[in-house]
Ligand binder design. Structure first.
Ligand SMILES: [Zn+2]
Length: 268
């Protein structure tokens, strides 16, 4: 039984830490009644609470709660001494109010400071069950008990899980730009190649084209014309030189051959 309880408590504290951000040392607000019960039954309060929460704890008491113990007089001196070892939590109540109301106000609507409430007051615990993520500890027959997660806590857990699965509008807005970034890159891609392909077309078809093509047409025309002129000049120069050199030799050879043949024929 003990192992089973320990396992359930460990799972429960894992829920509080994973879903609601509870961290060690857990801040445990202890009320005056629990201090009295602990001293009466000789329970090692801090050690027991640390055992069921499966971690280090920081025991705390509000000003109003310790004031309640002071009012008990010397008969409760042991409880006062125990409470004095706890860290004092300033509740900013100028005139002390009942401990239950003080703890309720300190927890607030959402338990922002992530307190664990260790109290014996049944009405206070029933009120705190309506606030999500408030771990409740009490002593039952000298056994420290950590209450199972309340319905509000479980509902809040489901909400946070749904939010993580289905991101809200701001989350989508944050994620959106990253998903929208790739498309513009793809759009930029095609724009790049198009001008390159257009330039090639300009060279092929100089007559038809846009403003950009007209600019490019002028350049190729001049380049081609220059090239053509250069080629023509070179061709002319080559034509002139080889003709003067090659033709005479060929003509002379042919003439010599012809003359030789004629001579041979004549000789025979
Ligand atoms: Zn107070």
């Amino acid at each position: 039984m003990r192992q089973k309880r320990s396992k359930t408590y460990r799972k429960l504290m894992a829920l509080y830490s994973m879903t609601f951000g509870f961290r060690q040392p857990y801040q445990v607000l202890i009320d005056s009644e629990m201090c009295k019960l602990a001293t009466d039954t000789n329970i090692e309060l801090v050690k027991q609470i640390g055992a069921i929460l499966h971690g280090e704890i920081k025991p705390m008491i509000t000003q109003c709660c310790i004031h309640e113990l002071y009012l008990q007089g010397k008969s409760r001196q042991n409880a006062v001494d125990l409470a004095k070892t706890f860290e004092r939590r300033k509740c900013n109540h100028k005139e002390p109010i009942p401990g239950d109301e003080c703890l309720k106000s300190v927890v607030g609507d959402a338990n922002k400071h992530r307190y664990v409430i260790a109290c014996q007051s049944q009405p206070l615990r029933s009120k705190l069950r309506n606030i999500p993520a408030v771990p409740l500890v009490h002593i039952n027959r000298s056994v420290m008990v950590l209450e199972p997660a309340s319905d509000m806590t479980l509902a809040s857990k489901r909400k946070s899980e749904e939010q993580s699965l289905h991101p809200t509008a701001p989350d989508i807005a944050l994620v959106g730009p990253s998903s929208l970034d790739p498309p513009p890159k793809k759009r930029k891609g095609p724009k790049g190649p198009n001008p390159l392909s257009v330039k090639k077309k300009k060279v092929d078809n100089p007559t038809k084209g846009k403003n950009s093509s007209g600019r490019t047409h002028d350049d190729p025309r001049t380049l081609t014309e220059r090239k053509r002129k250069r080629n023509n000049d070179e061709d002319d120069a080559e034509d002139v030189e080889p003709r003067s050199v090659i033709h005479p030799t060929r003509k002379r050879k042919r003439r010599r051959k012809v003359e030789g043949l004629h001579v041979d024929k004549d000789c025979t």
